[in-house]
Every structure is written in structure tokens, then in C-alpha cells.
Design a binder for this molecule. Structure first.
Ligand code: GDP
Length: 454
């Protein structure tokens, strides 16, 4: 029999209200041991969607006034009987009440266990469960909109429509092969090819929007690199639209990494202004340089600042080379002092560049547009289906390989059996994506990321 679990569902901080959630077959009976309603009715005697005001008791001692909400299976978040005790949100008080609930027979919920139960009870599919996590951690309107759309089933719907094409093709082919004597209409391969190619396009579209979607929902680790005095700190201030880094005319003054968060349109950039990457005898600066190299490795976007008012130096070239295989934008700075470098010398290493004066706030818009173009986030439609994580991306990529094989098999005129093998192989990762067929290990991996109480 399924256990009854409980956890504090509100954040681990003092607040006006704190909620303890209990879910499982004994939810109401356990809640009745700690909560007495003002009118005297027990929660277990109430129908679903009932609310009662009352008190929480530790034995005969009242601890708090509370509101209890009673849900009855299957009409609850988890699909099980659920009671939510809404108490005053003192941290100590909440812990005390949770302890009472656990002593009354509930087990402590593991991270994500409420949502995991919702998935296992068929209330939501795996992509919807993952979107609950994204919704909780969303740090902007676009991110929250995207997560809400996934929770509302936008991605599931898209994937189900795609997988349906292959499921129905597979069923038809299997029937035709297995029952040759029956009067089953022969498959129209040219029509099948059109459908498969359409499905392929839809998957490619999902995959190609992944990076932009991640940038919007997760933010982007961004390193600002360049030799000393080229204007890195000034650029950082421009992006932040305030004064933060110390800007001086002595080369090498930004010795440490300064970290900040800037919102550029829909995207949050986590910026680090690093000491220039260059050989240095100075120990303090060397530490900064080593750190800058590590930062470079872990950044998804690199802004390489170059002083455009003097010719490209070997140091500039070294830095450009170090960034050649990264998503990078060259910021050719100090335009106001005249341009002494040819952008073509830079595009040999980094394709995207912009010419600005970081000291001129009017350049902000140009910079913003260049960054948004690079990330593909300018006209991002957060209401469309969107992949939310690497697991989902991997499923789509695996499906795509099999769809390509199925398409080639048809185009080469291979037997129906051969086509069917690839079609069946394409279905597997798609139903794994939505969680219709997924291993326990994958499910555990997904819910490991959740917080307790959700
Ligand atoms: P960092 O060492 O790369 O961080 O460089 P800073 O941001 O400290 O800038 C070094 C010097 O260049 C400062 O005096 C800035 O005011 C100046 N500077 C930065 N950007 C510009 C610019 O666009 N035009 C001009 N004329 N000076 C700039």
C-alpha cells in the first residue's frame, strides 16, 4: 500500500502563512490527529474540496490557529487524498507541526515526491512535471511564461502529435505484414514520406530553439575578457546601466573577477568582468588571470573587448584565438577615439562583432541588439512548445536520427520491415520524453532536482 507523506511546502523562511502538505491514503486520518476544526467535524468525514478553520494541537496543548483544506483522490495535485494545513509561517512552529504530523504516521516526503506521485498517478506527464520545477525557478516573465506553457501541456501536445504519426504508421505496417490475407489498405509511401519529413521539421524546430530557450529560462554565464584598459569594466557598467566596477586609467586594475547580473531584454546575463588574459609576473594578477581562463571555460557567452582606437596587439590576438570556438562577440570599443583596426582581422577568429563606445550610454541599444541576435532571444515566442532540459533535448535528437533512417529507408525503396524498424526506434525516445515509457532510473533522475515539499 502507498505510504502517506508530509512536508513543509512553503519556503524555509518566516512568512505570514506556511503550508504543510500531507498526501496519501491516510492523509485525512493523520491530519485529524493534530487538527481540530472549530465546528467539530473531522477532516476524514468531509468530502473533497472542503475547508475548515480550527487549531493545531500537540496533545491537549493548542499550538496555532490554522485552516485545513481537504482534497479527495483522485481530485488533488498528487491524485491521492491530500490535506493542506495552512498555519502561521514561523519556521520553528512549522517544524514543530511537521514533527507532530510525522509522529502521527506520515513519512517525510523526499525531494519532488508530491510531483513524482502526480506523475505516477497519471495526473501529469514527465514534461509537465519538469515544468513545475522550471516554474518554481523561473526568474523572469518569459521564463515563467515558458514554464507555464509546458505545464499546460504545450510540449506534451507537440511531442504526442509527432509520435502519433509514427505510431499510426507502425501499426499500419505491422498489420499489413502480419495479416497479408486481410483486406488492409496498402501504405502510401509518398504520403508517409511527407508526414515523416513534416515531423522531422517539427523536431528540428524544437531542437534549434533549445539554446535560446535555455538562455531565457536559465540565464547565460557571460565572461567579459580582454587585455587591461580596453574598457571591460566600463562595458560591464554599460550592461548593468550603473556604476559597479572600478574604472581607472592604470592598466590591470580589475584584478579580481567582479560578478553581476544584468537583464538584457528577455535574458539574464550572469556577468563576470575578468582580469585581462595575459602573461604576468605579478602574482595577484596571475591568480586573476588563471581564474579568468577557468571562467572562459565555463561561460556560454564571451564578450571579448578590444580597444579599437589602437592597432590589434599580440595580446588581443591571443585572446581572440582563445575564444575562437566559443559563442563570442567581439566588442570593438572606444569608437569615439577613432577606429584603428579592421573588423575583418577580428572576424577571422570571431564572427560576431560590434563597434561601440562603452562610455556612451547611447550605445546600450546597439549592444543589446547584438547580444540578443547572437542568443536568438529577441523574438522568442515563449507561448510555443519548448524543450526545457538536456534530457528532453537528447530524446529529440535520438528520435531525429531514427526518423532520418526511416526517411532514407523509404527513399531507397527498402522493405516495409526495414522501414518499420526505424519507425519503431523513433517512437521509443518520443514516448520516453513524455514519460509514457520511461525507466525508473530516469524518473528518479528527473525528480532528484526538485525541492522537498513539491
Ligand atoms: P578595463 O581595464 O578593461 O576594465 O578598462 P576600464 O573599463 O577600466 O577602462 C580603462 C579606461 O578606458 C578608463 O579610463 C575608461 O574611462 C576608458 N574607456 C573605456 N571605454 C571607453 C570608450 O568607449 N571611449 C573612451 N574614450 N574611453 C573609454
Amino acid at each position: 500500500m502507498q505510504t502517506t507523506i508530509a512536508a513543509i511546502s512553503t519556503p524555509a523562511a518566516a512568512g505570514g502563512i506556511g503550508i504543510i502538505k500531507i498526501s496519501g491514503p491516510e492523509a485525512a486520518e493523520i491530519a485529524d490527529k493534530v487538527f481540530k476544526s472549530a465546528g467539530g467535524s473531522t477532516l476524514s468525514s468531509l468530502p473533497g474540496y472542503s475547508v475548515r478553520f480550527g487549531k493545531i494541537y500537540d496533545g491537549n496543548t493548542p499550538l496555532d490557529q490554522a485552516v485545513a483544506v481537504r482534497y479527495k483522490a483522485p481530485k488533488s495535485y498528487t491524485g491521492e487524498d491530500v490535506v493542506e494545513l495552512q498555519c502561521h509561517g514561523g519556521l520553528f512552529l512549522m517544524q514543530q507541526i511537521l514533527r507532530l504530523v510525522l509522529e502521527s504516521g506520515a513519512k517525510p516526503a523526499e525531494a519532488g515526491e508530491f510531483t513524482k506521485r502526480a506523475f505516477l498517478n497519471g495526473k501529469i506527464d514527465l514534461t509537465e512535471a519538469e515544468s513545475v520545477m522550471s516554474l518554481i525557478s523561473a526568474h523572469g516573465k518569459q521564463a515563467a511564461d515558458a514554464a507555464y506553457n509546458a505545464l499546460s501541456g504545450a510540449l506534451s501536445k507537440e511531442i504526442k502529435e509527432i509520435s502519433e504519426i509514427f505510431i499510426s504508421a507502425s501499426a499500419h505496417m505491422a498489420a499489413w505484414v502480419d495479416y497479408p490475407d486481410e483486406d488492409i489498405k496498402e501504405l502510401d509511401f509518398s504520403n508517409l514520406l511527407i508526414q515523416f519529413k513534416g515531423a522531422k521539421e517539427r523536431l528540428i524546430s524544437l531542437i534549434s530553439k533549445f539554446d535560446a530557450g535555455q538562455a531565457i529560462t536559465e540565464g547565460v554565464e557571460t565572461a567579459i575578457v580582454g587585455k587591461p584598459n580596453v574598457g571591460k569594466s566600463t562595458l560591464m557598467n554599460l550592461l548593468l546601466q550603473k556604476d559597479r566596477s572600478i574604472v581607472t586609467e592604470i592598466a590591470g586594475t580589475t584584478r579580481d573577477i567582479v560578478e553581476e547580473t544584468a537583464r538584457i531584454g528577455n535574458v539574464v546575463l550572469r556577468l563576470s568582468d575578468t582580469a585581462g588574459i595575459r602573461s604576468s609576473e605579478d602574482i595577484v594578477e596571475s591568480i586573476g588571470i588563471e581564474y579568468a581562463k577557468t571562467k572562459l571555460l565555463h561561460s556560454s557567452l564571451v564578450l571579448v573587448v578590444i580597444d579599437g582606437s589602437s592597432p590589434l596587439s599580440n595580446e588581443d590576438l591571443e585572446i581572440l584565438k582563445a575564444c575562437a570556438d566559443k559563442a563570442a562577440i567581439a566588442i570593438i570599443n572606444k569608437e569615439d577615439k577613432g577606429l584603428f583596426i579592421d573588423p575583418e582581422d577580428i572576424t577571422k577568429y570571431i564572427k560576431n562583432y560590434v563597434v561601440i563606445s562603452a562610455t556612451d550610454t547611447a550605445c546600450y541599444e546597439t549592444l543589446k541588439d547584438t547580444i540578443e541576435d547572437m542568443l536568438g532571444t529577441a523574438n522568442f515566442d515563449s507561448s510555443a512548445a519548448m524543450l526545457q532540459n538536456e534530457r528532453q533535448l537528447d530524446c529529440c535528437k535520438r528520435a531525429l536520427v531514427c526518423i532520418d533512417e526511416a526517411i532514407s529507408a523509404i527513399e531507397l525503396g527498402l522493405t516495409m520491415d526495414a522501414v518499420n524498424v526505424s519507425v519503431d526506434a523513433a517512437i521509443e525516445p518520443l514516448i520516453e520524453l513524455t514519460g509514457e515509457k520511461v525507466s525508473e532510473a530516469v524518473v528518479n533522475e528527473v525528480f532528484k532536482e526538485f525541492c522537498v515539499g513539491k
